[in-house]
Write a protein that binds this ligand. Structure first.
Ligand code: NAX
Length: 338
C-alpha cells in the first residue's frame, strides 16, 4: 500500500539553501526512497518568484515521490498540515546592524512562525531552524508555541558536526565513515566547542591516533586548540572567503542529515551526532536554552548523551558558548520579544 505523503515546509525556499534542499528532499534523500512528500515553499513577497521558479524545476524533475508543491507567502497556508518544518529564511545582518538588532529582527520572524506552526501544523510536527542566529531563533519559535512539547524544536549544528568529522578525517588520513562520537557543544557561532575527547577512529581513541600522528599528546592538544577548533568554528567564514558566497550545499546536506536521523533514527553502529535541542539542565546548561549537545536518535526523538566526563578545558569552552546563548536570550527578552 502506498505510504501517506509527509508534508515538508521550507521557509526561505527561494533562497540558496532552499534551492539546494528542495531537489534532494524530492529525490528521497531525507525521508527515504519509499516515502512520498508534499512540499510547502514559504517565502516573503520578494522571494516568491524565485520559489515559483524552483517549483517549476521540481515539476521538470518528475520525481516519482513528489506530490503537490505549493508556493506561498502566507504562514497559515505554508504550515497547514506540516509534519516537518525547515526554517531556513531569516533576516541577514545588514550594514551597521548590531547583534542585538539582528536578534530582535529575527524574533519578529521566528515568533510568528512558531505561533503559526502551533496553530496550523500536524500534531506531531518537528521543526529544525537553519536561519541564523539559529539557536536563539529556535528558542523564540519554541516560546511562541507553548502547547507543543519542547522536543519538537531543534536548531542545526549538524553542519558544524560534519565539518569537525571532515577535519579529523583529513588530519588522520582516514575515511569520515570510520569516525564516531564527535560532539558540538553550545551555540552555532564562533564560540561553539567541537569536541573529540570521546571520539573513536576505527574503534580506537581519536586522541591516541592524533598523538601518534602529531608526535605526542602535547602536540595533539596544541593541534586541537590552535587548528582544529578555530578551523571548524570559523569554517563558514573560510567558505565565504574562498567561494565568494556562504555555505549552501553543505548546509542543505547537513539539514537533510539532521532530519533523516531525527525521523528515521541512526544506524545502531553509527554512534552519536550533534543537534541543538532544548536543555533541561543537562551538563549545567540552563533550562530552556537551545544548545548543541551530543545526541542519539532511535527515530522517536533526539536524546542527549548523558554522563560524559568533561575536563576543565571542555568545561570552560562550553561555559563560554552557553554564556553567549544566555546573552542572546536576554537581549531578546529585554526587547520584550520573549
Ligand atoms: P538566502 O539569502 O539565499 O535565502 C534566504 C531566503 O529567505 C530568501 O529567499 C528570503 O526571501 C527568505 N526569507 C527571509 N525572510 C523570510 C521569512 N520571514 N519567511 C520566509 N522566507 C524568508 O540565504 P541562504 O544562503 O539560503 O541562508 C539562509 C540562512 O541559513 C541564513 O540565515 C544563513 O545565515 C543560515 N545558515 C545557517 C547554517 C547553519 O548551520 N545553521 C549554515 C549555512 C547558513 O549560513
Amino acid at each position: 500500500m502506498a505510504q501517506t505523503p509527509v508534508t515538508v515546509t521550507i521557509t526561505g525556499a527561494g533562497g540558496q539553501i532552499g534551492y539546494a534542499l528542495l531537489f534532494r528532499i524530492a529525490a528521497g534523500d531525507m525521508l527515504g526512497t519509499g516515502q512520498p512528500v508534499r512540499l510547502r515553499l514559504l517565502e516573503i513577497p520578494q522571494g516568491l518568484r524565485s520559489a515559483e521558479g524552483a517549483a517549476l524545476e521540481l515539476q521538470d524533475g518528475a520525481f516519482p515521490l513528489l506530490g503537490d508543491v505549493e508556493v506561498t507567502d502566507d504562514t497559515a497556508v505554508g504550515f497547514d498540515g506540516c509534519d516537518i518544518a525547515l526554517l531556513v529564511g531569516s533576516r541577514p545582518r545588514g550594514p551597521g546592524m548590531e547583534r542585538a538588532d539582528l536578534l530582535t529582527a529575527n524574533a519578529g520572524i521566528f515568533g510568528p512562525q512558531g505561533a503559526a506552526i502551533a496553530a496550523h501544523a500536524a500534531a506531531g510536527v518537528r521543526v529544525v531552524v537553519v536561519g541564523n542566529p539559529a539557536n536563539t531563533n529556535a528558542l523564540i519559535a519554541r516560546a511562541a508555541a507553548p502547547d507543543l512539547p519542547d522536543d519538537r524544536f531543534t536548531a542545526l549544528t549538524r553542519l558544524d558536526h560534519n565539518r569537525a568529522v571532515g577535519q579529523l578525517a583529513a588530519a588522520l588520513d582516514v575515511m569520515p565513515g570510520s569516525i564516531r562520537d564527535v560532539a558540538i557543544w553550545g551555540n552555532h557561532s564562533a564560540t561553539q566547542f567541537p569536541d573529540i575527547a570521546h571520539a573513536t577512529v576505527d574503534g580506537a581513541r581519536a586522541l591516541d591516533a592524533l598523538s601518534a600522528r602529531f608526535g605526542g599528546p602535547y602536540a595533539a592538544t596544541s593541534w586541537l586548540d590552535d587548528e582544529f577548533v578555530p578551523r571548524v568554528a570559523g569554517r563558514g567564514a573560510e567558505i565565504i572567503e574562498v567561494r565568494g558566497s556562504s555555505s549552501v550545499a553543505s548546509a542543505a546536506n547537513a539539514a537533510i542529515d539532521h532530519v533523516r536521523d531525527w525521523m528515521l533514527g541512526r544506524p545502531a553502529d553509527a554512534g552519536w551526532t550533534s543537534a541543538a535541542v532544548v536543555s533541561h539542565g543537562e551538563y549545567g546548561v540552563p533550562e530552556g536554552l537551545v544548545s548543541s549537545f551530543p545526541v542519539t536518535s532511535d527515530g522517536d526523538g533526539y536524546r542527549i548523551v548523558e554522563g560524559l566526563a568533561l575536563d576543565a578545558r571542555a568545561r570552560a569552552r562550553i561555559d563560554a558558548s552557553v554564556a553567549e546563548l544566555i546573552g542572546e536570550r536576554d537581549a531578546v527578552a529585554r526587547a520584550g520579544l520573549l
